[in-house]
Ligand binder design. Structure first.
Ligand SMILES: [Zn+2]
Length: 43
């Protein structure tokens, strides 16, 4: 399971992505950093 969340980048206004994993109950078990596809900014 798992998926991808997106939000706007605070630096360039591009799209930032964060992947996450979920357990069998749908609870988030781990998260990666936000990474901007436009400028490479990481949060
Ligand atoms: Zn950016």
């Amino acid at each position: 399971m798992g998926g991808i969340q997106t939000k706007g980048c605070g630096k360039c206004g591009g799209t930032m992505y964060k992947t996450y994993e979920t357990d069998q109950n749908g609870n988030t078990t781990s998260e990666s950093q936000w990474i901007c596809q436009g400028c490479g900014n990481m949060e």
